[in-house]
Design a protein around this ligand. Sequence first.
Ligand code: ADP
Ligand code: MG
Length: 332
Amino acid sequence: MILSELGELGLIERLSSKLKQKLPDGVFGIGDDCAVIPVSQELSYLITTDALIEDIHFFKNKILPQDLGHKSLAVNLSDIAAMGGIPHSVFLTLSLPKDLDVYWIDKFFDGFQALASKHNTLLLGGDTTGSVNKIAISLTMIGYVHPQKIKFRSSAQLEDIICVTDFIGDSGAGLASILENQKETDDSVYLISRHFRPEPNIEKGVFLAGQHSVNAMMDVSDGVYSDIQRIMKASHCGVNIDMDRFPISDQLRRFSKKNNIDELEMAATGGEDYCLLFTVSRDGVDELAKLYFEKFKQPFYPIGEITSLNSGLVFMNNKKIVSLQKKIFNHF
Ligand code: ADP
Ligand code: MG
């Protein structure tokens, strides 16, 4: 069998099923946005790693180095936010071709540094190597959280309301506009900036993690369609998503109309939104919405509910069941 038959999730499952290790109490490994290492009754470390590879995650001639610096850090910060954590420090590994302009690296660092300072994240080390001809960036980030406040993918409860914290689909549309070399418009400039400069939701993650009514949480990296299946798998439940309730920005709405794109499909499968996806108990959702709005001056958006395991995965659009399987990105 070759890798493309197994797929990304299949490969991770295969690796974890081969593991012959028993995790000590309180330690969580493969399967969530971060690994968890307990330190004391009040403190657990969160650790996450993510790589950005040239021509897979970005095209060097399409993204400014300062945006790539921002994004490399943002995607890791987003995984810390997804567990309700506060970022502490980061390790940065760069594999670079030797003809790379040093100016490019300086600019990469400018973008990286600006976001690191904003989130009080310390660069404590890393590694630097040559590469044959492409850039590879890998970050490992450490954060911390109170052990009782960690929100896992595995704790969604039957009848929970599924919510997202922001508009979805913008980033996917931004990418589409870049790949098609479209002439820039005000809308595409906004969508592209959502693709290049995602804002990690640390404060929202900390707030949601502190709420008893919130049961499960993760960040949206591959799109709601793929990522909600990770909650399903971890929580052994079914999911009903009502695509008509997706929060869509005005820019995406106009862009989709102009380019003949289905904005709801883009929102489900575009990916790289880096907002938070969480489930909240039905009884607690109104109170949570009130507190959340008071704090952030913006709402979160209910998009569906947790159902029983045998109900499976259902995406509804305009009262019809839709299949989105073919639209998603798979590394292999
Ligand atoms: P995220 O998108 O939040 O980074 P994923 O859903 O892609 O997380 O990954 C699922 C889990 O698989 C994570 O816990 C991650 O640490 C783990 N994982 C991914 N690749 C590997 C690997 N090569 N070896 C061990 N664990 C891995
Ligand atoms: Mg994640």
